[in-house]
Ligand binder design. Structure first.
Ligand code: DSN
Length: 417
C-alpha cells in the first residue's frame, strides 16, 4: 500500500488512486536501475504533498509579487542555506522546475543567441541542453560538441582544449547523463580559463555523490553548477543552480522573471528536506555504497562477458554496449523490464544504430542502494541481467521476475508498506 496512505484520493478518484497504488507496487517489485531515478524518503514524499502547493510566490524571499509569504520565505531560505552549506557555494537558487530549465537559465544569464557554446555530445554521454542540435540550446546558439575517445570511452581533455581554442566558446558545459567516469573538473576549469569561457558543471547525475564525498566537487573549478535534485541526491523532482557570488544576480534574474513564474513551493520544501538528509553523516555511507555497488555490478557484468563503455565505472552509472551479445538495447531493456529489472536503452559512443533503437543499456545503482542492496547482491543482479538478455522465452523471464520479487520482499521501500 502507498505510504503515506491516500484515503482521500481513493474516495474522491478511485481511478487515479488505483494507478498510484499500481505504480507504488511496481516500484516495490522492480529492481530499479534507471541511473537518473531513486526512491525519496517518506519525509520528502510528505513534503511534496503539502498545502504549499496552493501558494504563489513569484520573486525571491523578501521581494515577492504576492502577499502571504510568512512561511514560504523561510522554507525557500532554508533550502538555499542548506544547499550552500552542503555544497560549499556562495549562492544557490532552488527555483528551477527541473534540469533543462536550470540549464536554459544559465544560457539566458550569460549568453546571447548565436554565441558559441560548448558541451558534450548527447551520444557521447552529454545532455540535450548542452547544445545538442534538436534542443533549443543547439538551435539558438552556435554549439560545438566534444565526445569521448573511441579507444577509452573517456573524455580526452586535449581534444576539448583544441576545440575550445579553435572555437572560443562563451560557455563550456561538463557533465552529462551517461558518463561512467569521474569528471575532471580541474582539467575543464583550466581549459575554460585559457579561452576565457565560463565553466558550467552539470552534476545532475552525481550531485548526491558530490554531497556525500564519493565524487570530487566542482566547487572552486566550475563558476556555475547546475543540478537536478532527484537522482543520486534523493530529493523531489526539481533543480538548483549554484555559483560564486558574481553570478548570483544574473542567474536569479534568468530563472525569474527570465524563464519561470511562480516556484513550486511544495517542491522547494521537499528539496530542503532532502538537503537536510544529505547533510547527515549516514549520507556519506550511502554515497560510498552507491559507488561500491556500481563497481561490484560492473565487475560481475564484465565477468559475464558484457562490454562496458570505458571498461567499468567510477560512479553510480554503467553503460553496456550489447553489440557483442547480438541483441539491441531496446529489446534487451524490454526483456529486462518483463523480468523485473528496469533500466533504459541508451546510445553508446560511436553507436551505429539509431537513438530509438540503440546498441546499449544504461544502469545506475542509486535506487537499489536505497533499497538496502549491497555488493553481495550485485553478482545476482548481473546473473539475472545475463539470463534475461539471453532468454529465449517467457518462462525464463517469468522465473527471473519471481526471483527478483522474492529478493525485494525483504527490502523495504520508502513510500510503500
Ligand atoms: N533524463 C535524465 C536522465 O535520464 O539522465 C537526464 O535529463
Amino acid at each position: 500500500m502507498h505510504q503515506p496512505g491516500i484515503p482521500h484520493l481513493a474516495a474522491a478518484d478511485p481511478q487515479v488512486a488505483a494507478l498510484v497504488e499500481g505504480e507504488a507496487r511496481r516500484q516495490f517489485e522492480k529492481i530499479r536501475l534507471i541511473a537518473s531515478e531513486n526512491y525519496v524518503s517518506a519525509a520528502v514524499l510528505e513534503a511534496t504533498g503539502t498545502v504549499l502547493t496552493n501558494k504563489y510566490s513569484e520573486g525571491y524571499a523578501g521581494k515577492r509579487y504576492y502577499e502571504g509569504q510568512q512561511f514560504i520565505d523561510p522554507v525557500e531560505t532554508l533550502a538555499i542555506e542548506r544547499a550552500k552549506a552542503l555544497f560549499g557555494v556562495d549562492h544557490a537558487n532552488v527555483q528551477p522546475y527541473s534540469g533543462s530549465p536550470a540549464n536554459l537559465a544559465v544560457y539566458l544569464a550569460l549568453a546571447n543567441p548565436g554565441d558559441t557554446v560548448m558541451g558534450m555530445a548527447l551520444p557521447a554521454g552529454g545532455h540535450l541542453t548542452h547544445g545538442w542540435g534538436v534542443s533549443a540550446t543547439g538551435k539558438w546558439f552556435r554549439s560545438v560538441q566534444y565526445g569521448v575517445r573511441k579507444d577509452t570511452g573517456r573524455v580526452d581533455l586535449d581534444e576539448v582544449r583544441a576545440l575550445a581554442l579553435a572555437e572560443r566558446p562563451k560557455l563550456i558545459f561538463c557533465g552529462g547523463t551517461a558518463i561512467p567516469r569521474t569528471i575532471d573538473f580541474a582539467g575543464f576549469a583550466e581549459i575554460a580559463r585559457e579561452v576565457d569561457a565560463v565553466l558550467v558543471a552539470d552534476i545532475a547525475h552525481i550531485a548526491g555523490l558530490v554531497a556525500g564525498g564519493a565524487h570530487p566537487s566542482p566547487v572552486g573549478h566550475a563558476r556555475i553548477i547546475s543540478t537536478t535534485t532527484h537522482k543520486t541526491l534523493r530529493g523531489p523532482r526539481g533543480a538548483m543552480l549554484m555559483s560564486d557570488a558574481e553570478f548570483a544576480k544574473p542567474l536569479d534574474k534568468a530563472v525569474f522573471p527570465g524563464l519561470q513564474g511562480g516556484p513550486h513551493n511544495h517542491t522547494t520544501a521537499a528539496i530542503a528536506v532532502a538537503l537536510g538528509e544529505a547533510s547527515q553523516p549516514g549520507f556519506r555511507t550511502y554515497a560510498a555504497n552507491i559507488v561500491a555497488n556500481a563497481k561490484a555490478l560492473a565487475d560481475a557484468l564484465l565477468a559475464r562477458g558484457f562490454d562496458l563503455v570505458s571498461g567499468g565505472t567510477d560512479n553510480h552509472l554503467i553503460l553496456i554496449d550489447l553489440s557483442n551479445k547480438g541483441v539491441g538495447g531496446k529489446p534487451a531493456a524490454k526483456a529486462l523490464d518483463r523480468a523485473g529489472i528496469e533500466l533504459n536503452y541508451n546510445s553508446v559512443p560511436f553507436d551505429t544504430r539509431k537513438p530509438f533503437d540503440p546498441s546499449g543499456v544504461r544502469l545506475g545503482t542509486s535506487a537499489v542502494t536505497t533499497r538496502g542492496l549491497t555488493v553481495d547482491h550485485m553478482p545476482r543482479l548481473a546473473e539475472w541481467i545475463d539470463r534475461a538478455v539471453a532468454a529465449g522465452d517467457d518462462t525464463e523471464i517469468d522465473k527471473i521476475a519471481a526471483e527478483v520479487r522474492e529478493l525485494l520482499a525483504d527490502h523495504p521501500m520508502p513510500g510503500w508498506v
